[in-house]
Design a protein around this ligand. Structure first.
Ligand SMILES: [Cu+2]
Length: 147
């Protein structure tokens, strides 16, 4: 009976670790994101976490029906962003921001931020290059036109 119990429990623990790790540790692009699913998200900054190894910012996006959906955007570490000209003072809550990147494989509202358009119009790297993913996302602009 003890062996059977172990067999039953192990898959549950394994699943919990597999789902928790991508957000906590460094990972390759393909572990979490889909390079064929480019996306542009434009909205207002709701929350930002300057944490290692990834900075996360959260953008509230209003859809055609007026429903606000929150997107999580994963960027590089704070120091890596700073080296690319994206510093803490560049974004404050409520600012309008555009993020270009790729959607999470699991279909959740999480994306890899490859490029960020700051409120002052500067376009800066999300500091996530080098993770094995595509470099420049080809995504529709907010008006629906192709870049
Ligand atoms: Cu990582």
């Amino acid at each position: 009976m003890k062996i059977k119990f172990g067999v039953l429990v192990a898959p549950v623990v394994g699943f919990a670790l597999a789902t928790a790790l991508p957000l906590l540790a460094h990972h390759s692009f393909s572990a979490q994101f889909d390079g064929s699913k480019a996306i542009r998200v434009q909205g207002t900054l709701a929350k930002i976490e300057w944490t290692n190894p990834h900075t996360y910012f959260y953008i509230d996006v209003k859809d055609e029906a007026g429903v606000v959906l929150r997107w999580g955007c994963e960027a590089g570490a704070p120091a890596a962003l700073s080296r690319r000209g994206f510093k803490r003072g560049d974004l404050k809550l409520g600012d309008t921001v555009i993020v270009d990147g790729y959607r999470a494989k699991d279909g959740s509202r999480l994306m890899d931020a490859r490029r960020v358009t700051l409120p002052d119009g500067r376009i800066v790297s999300g500091a996530s290059e080098g993770d094995g993913g595509p470099q420049v996302p080809q995504v529709p602009d907010p008006a629906g036109k192709k870049q």
